[in-house]
Design a binder for this molecule. Structure first.
Ligand SMILES: NC(=O)c1ccc[n+]([C@@H]2O[C@H](COP(=O)([O-])OP(=O)(O)OC[C@H]3O[C@@H](n4cnc5c(N)ncnc54)[C@H](OP(=O)(O)O)[C@@H]3O)[C@@H](O)[C@H]2O)c1
Length: 291
């Protein structure tokens, strides 16, 4: 029997995207879902139902696993959940752990998400496991959160000014994750995952205009305006974290282009223009289909 690979967060953005490149490598992963009602989304796959907060269920999900992809949703408890999972993985005999972190993760960062990711990275580095850390920059697919607004108004806004960000396509993150799960010799690697160039939000608007054939405009808004538009929809920690993230982008701290996607996958990282073309329907109709 071939060794088992576990994909956590399989209903989420990156976890769902990891399945296709694993299939292309003829690796049939076990998928971990929190909600048993989501198991039907994975016909023909082995599904483990486990909550990151349920150690016994994690033990069952990790039973017989050789390599695991670890992603939790952004949350105040992300570091606690990820370190617990990593410990459980080591206890279960997992040999290789691929951890989704974030570009510029750093223990003393002013951005809380980057501090939390750094805490997990440090913990995983101390464990007897072949660890690979993925540090993606802003996901292009995060722009899909604006799809409804863009379809309705032709505009979107963020507190970023003219700063460029080397945003990355989730499909590239997934391709690197799959390679890291399967290929030997990557233990201890930390891959910074970016697109092929740094782009401003005005360039993003131009790319969406070209892809959809409808004008899309970008508004540079103040952090206060951004926060008040989201206050009803997000808890305080997430809103404050998002504002910190955008301040980091606006300071030009997320513009470096890294060759890791091409180095690992053997093909260039996906460009903004290709992302916009592939998702034009979502930005035209304001409908985002679940992965
Ligand atoms: N967005 C960006 O631009 C960006 C950039 C760099 C790094 N990141 C990092 O990316 C990570 C998020 O990745 P993502 O976008 O792939 O995730 P995501 O789309 O938020 O999905 C999270 C997954 O975790 C599952 N989940 C939620 N709570 C759970 C629990 N208690 N137990 C077990 N599973 C649970 C969700 O299942 P349900 O569907 O059942 O809820 C879902 O499958 C964060 O760590 C963030 O810091 C994001």
């Amino acid at each position: 029997m071939s060794p088992t690979t576990l994909v956590t967060g399989a209903t989420g953005a990156t976890g769902a995207a990891v399945l296709a490149p694993l299939d292309r490598r003829s690796v049939a992963p076990r998928v971990m879902v929190r909600d048993p009602g989501q198991a039907h989304r994975f016909p023909g796959r082995e599904v483990a139902v486990a909550d990151f907060d349920d150690l016994a269920a994690l033990g069952r999900a990790l039973d017989g696993v050789d390599a695991a992809y670890l992603v939790t949703p952004s949350s105040e408890r992300a570091a606690e959940r990820q370190t617990r999972f990593a410990d459980a993985a080591v206890a279960a005999g997992v040999r290789r752990l691929v951890v989704l972190s974030q570009y510029a993760a750093q223990a003393d960062s002013p951005v809380r998400f980057l501090r939390w990711h750094a805490e997990v990275e440090a913990h995983v580095a101390s464990l007897p496991v072949e660890a690979v850390v993925l540090r993606p920059n802003l996901f292009f697919q995060g722009l899909l959160a604006f799809a409804g607004r863009i379809a309705a108004t032709g505009r979107f806004g963020a507190p970023i000014g003219d700063a460029a960000v080397s945003a990355v396509d989730v499909r590239d993150i997934a391709a690197v994750a799959a390679a890291s799960l399967v290929e030997p010799g990557r233990a201890g690697a930390t891959y910074t995952l970016t697109g092929p160039r740094a782009v401003t939000h005005r360039e993003i608007a131009e790319a969406l205009t070209a892809a959809t054939g409808r004008p899309v405009a970008f508004d540079d808004v103040s952090p206060q305006t951004f926060a008040s538009a989201l206050r009803e929809h997000l808890p305080a920690w997430q809103l404050e974290g998002l504002v910190e993230d955008y301040a980091h982008y606006a300071r030009g701290e997320a513009a470096v282009v890294d060759p890791a996607v091409e180095d690992v996958t053997g093909r260039p990282a996906t460009d903004l223009v290709d992302f916009a073309r592939d998702h034009a329907a979502a930005f035209e109709q304001g409908i985002v289909t679940v992965p």
